[in-house]
Design a protein around this ligand. Structure first.
Ligand SMILES: C[S@@+](CC[C@H](N)C(=O)[O-])C[C@H]1O[C@@H](n2cnc3c(N)ncnc32)[C@H](O)[C@@H]1O
Length: 305
């Protein structure tokens, strides 16, 4: 689940729009730039493709901790394109998932993909700005929130709403990334060693300004919202021979970083980033043969009292 910066221009739908099983299309008062939303959708899907094993490890960990009976009614909070929705459906056979997101486009992608996979009848998408109104989609056995809680204006309120959706004893699974994934060796042969580390540091700096909840003490927040933290795990991803989609994933991550950083990088770094992203020589990202994937994410499984 790659992260993205919150767009302050975005308008929020005040009322949830529901799409039942098998519907496609959709609308909403959503003003994020279409190309930007499409790029974000690609990024989220590439993240799930490259980190498929990691996603599977996380859902296996949840299944192991959840025990019997396995969750059947699941709510995905801030589902995006539904990478978590689909992973949970694969893990929990027969489960039905309600995906909540404020983005018409991302939910549309989810319905399309679910249709292709023949699981559309097990998925319901509900468009809602969770900073405003939480739709009444409970009771749920499991609420999943991956890389979404830190986007909320008031995560404590979001946790209270999530608790209200859960049946007593129901589970809340939260995954948060530690920082952006890294793909490049320190020396990329273009004369600017350490470029990716500087991009990441600048992104961390920007995120701290734009998303003050990122990297907070989530376990303390869960406890304050009345949950009991049952398990916590740090997942480290270290792929020396990553799958073929990695080049496109790296390109998507670094493009988004470049768009968001502008003057936080100096002109020489920006020029090298341009060569990586736009060049067509052997050093260009999409042609490189030296990419790896390094990232880590933290997961918590908590029980509603
Ligand atoms: C980084 S993406 C993660 C998507 C998905 N959970 C994943 O792991 O691939 C964050 C998602 O949260 C959604 N989101 C952020 N703030 C929201 C809000 N206030 N209401 C509803 N959805 C929100 C965004 O639209 C986006 O799809």
């Amino acid at each position: 689940m790659a992260d993205h910066q919150h767009d302050p221009q975005q308008q929020h739908a005040a009322h949830p729009h529901e799409h039942g099983h098998g519907h496609s299309g959709g609308h909403g008062a959503h003003a994020e730039d279409g190309a930007d939303e499409a790029a974000l959708a690609d990024l989220l899907d590439l993240d799930a493709e490259v980190l498929a094993e990691h996603l599977s490890d996380v859902t296996a960990w949840i299944a192991g901790s959840a025990g019997d009976p396995a969750p059947r009614r699941i709510v995905d909070v801030g589902s995006g394109t539904g990478t978590g929705t689909l992973a949970l459906m694969r893990r929990f056979e027969g489960a039905e998932v309600t995906a909540l997101d404020r983005s018409t486009h991302l939910l549309g992608r989810l319905r399309e993909r679910a249709g292709e996979l023949g699981v559309g009848s097990r998925i319901r998408t509900v468009e809602a700005d969770l900073d405003e109104t939480w739709p009444d989609v409970g009771p749920a056995d499991l609420v999943w929130a991956s890389s979404s809680l830190h986007h909320m204006a008031d995560p404590d309120r979001a946790l209270a709403e999530a608790a209200a959706l859960l049946r007593p004893g129901g589970l809340l699974a939260v995954v948060e990334m530690d920082s952006l994934p890294r793909f490049l060796p320190d020396d990329i042969g273009l004369g600017r060693p350490g470029l990716e580390a500087r991009v990441q540091a600048a992104m961390d700096e920007r995120r701290a300004e734009d998303m003050p909840h990122f990297g907070g003490d989530w376990a303390a927040r869960f406890t304050a919202a009345g949950f009991t933290v049952r398990a916590e795990r740090h997942f480290v991803v270290d792929l020396d021979t990553p799958p073929p989609a990695t080049a496109r994933y790296a390109h998507a991550v670094l493009s988004r970083s470049r768009d968001g950083l502008g003057d936080r990088l100096d002109a020489d770094d920006l020029a090298v980033l341009g060569t990586l992203l736009d060049g067509d020589g052997p050093e260009a990202l999409l042609r490189r043969t030296d990419l790896t994937v390094r990232t880590s994410r933290q997961a918590w499984l908590s029980e509603r009292g």
